[in-house]
Design a protein around this ligand. Structure first.
Ligand code: NAP
Ligand code: F7E
Length: 323
């Protein structure tokens, strides 16, 4: 019989890649979706007939208990969150309710319905924030710099705590930034590649950005969802850093993306204070050696390939909308 997995956040970037991956592994995939007045299944439109969508919300415990009772998954991947760092300063309580307490609600639902379920928590390099060591590894102390980062620290520790308190197979993947042509338009990689495509097409003249000096360890989302699945294959639950081990500045990203379209970024990029953050994470670079040695995980796509892929996809998207 096929294994069944439940994905929260299936309509998001990672949810769509993970659903594709698990279908490829022969899973039956259920995706939890929250109610909205307009359907937002764009990222999963191509697999919508192959997955089962069930209604629920991380803010509502009963909805998750019912989903687990009805779907009976062997694995739960908790990818749902208020995931945009900038928004977390404007909506700190919502971010805490969803990104922090939502994890406890799901873990409790698992305890109540079926403690044998294997659980994956989408933790984040934002937990390292003002970094206490370089590169960051599983043992690096956390110092979050945003309400989002604080909420993710809670989500991480409640996962560890329920593992230790109730013997759940609950793992936490500390994933560094990962991107793709399906990345939300508000995140800097996609904002830049989509902006480049619009400038190249003559639609926009400028691209307004914030801090160009921030450095991130950027990987490709489709590579990172494999690591989630590998964590749930282990006999023992654990925590793993998933990263490329390389860091690049926002400025390098901008240079590369504009150059891919044959443009000089300095003619188009303007700095707008609205995109600066009250507290910044200056430098992230992860050490993926535990994931590589224990899980056998490795990435396929590097930074330059990622940027080229995203510019190409956005050029095609913008062109198709013009045509
Ligand atoms: P994303 O594209 O923003 O997707 C977030 C998903 O969460 C969406 O499907 C969204 O549903 C859902 N969601 C939000 N609030 C919800 C609620 N109250 N109840 C149920 N669903 C809700 O994020 P992503 O980039 O795929 O990231 C996936 C997870 O990994 C997130 O937890 C994120 O914080 C974490 N993470 C991401 C990265 C990264 O670089 N991408 C790195 C580390 C960790 P709607 O479509 O209805 O809005
Ligand atoms: O910002 C700088 C900004 O919003 C990256 C989420 O997936 O990864 C993501 O969080 C950097 C920051 O991602 C703009 O100040 C400059 O230093 O793309 P971002 P993030 O904040 O790193 C982590 C791992 C997660 O877990 C999160 O869910 O880029 N930056 N100018 C800008 N950022 C944005 N968004 N927009 C700008 O105009």
């Amino acid at each position: 019989m096929a294994k069944r997995a439940l994905i929260t956040g299936i309509t998001g970037q990672d949810g769509s890649y993970l659903a594709e991956f698990l279908l490829g592994q022969g899973y039956e995939v259920c995706g939890m979706v929250r109610r909205s007045s307009t359907v937002n299944f764009e990222r999963i439109a191509h697999i919508q007939d192959a997955v089962t969508l069930v209604a629920g919300d991380l803010l509502d415990e009963v909805s998750m208990i019912n989903i687990l009772r009805e779907s009976r998954p062997a694995e739960v991947y908790n990818l749902a969150a208020q995931s945009f760092v900038q928004t977390s300063w404007n909506q700190p309580v919502l971010t805490g309710e969803t990104t922090a307490l939502g994890v406890t609600r799901m873990l409790d639902a698992i305890r109540i319905v079926d403690p044998e379920i294997r659980f994956y928590q989408a933790s984040s390099s934002e937990m390292f924030g003002k970094v206490q060591e370089v590169p960051q590894q599983e043992s690096t102390p956390f110092y979050p710099r945003s309400p989002y980062g604080v909420a993710k620290v809670y989500g991480h520790w409640i996962t560890v705590n329920y593992r230790e308190s109730y013997d759940l197979h609950a793992s936490s993947g500390i994933l560094f930034n990962h991107e793709s042509p399906r990345r939300g338009l508000e995140f800097v990689t996609r904002k830049v590649t989509h902006g480049v495509a619009r400038i190249a097409a003559g639609i926009d003249e400028k691209l307004a950005l914030g801090n160009l000096d921030a450095q991130r360890d950027w990987g490709y989302a489709a590579d990172y969802v494999r690591a989630m699945w590998l964590m749930l294959r282990q006999d023992r639950p654990d925590d793993y850093v998933v990263a490329t081990g390389e860091t690049h500045s926002v400025k390098e990203l901008v240079e590369l993306a504009f150059a891919a379209a044959g443009l000089n970024w300095e003619r188009y990029v303007v700095i707008d204070d609205r995109f600066l953050r009250p507290a910044e994470v200056d430098l992230l670079v992860g050490d993926p050696s535990k994931a590589e040695s224990t899980l056998g995980w490795e990435r396929d796509v590097d930074f330059a390939q990622l940027v080229a892929m995203m510019v190409e996809a956005d050029m095609a998207l913008v062109k198709s909308r013009l045509g």
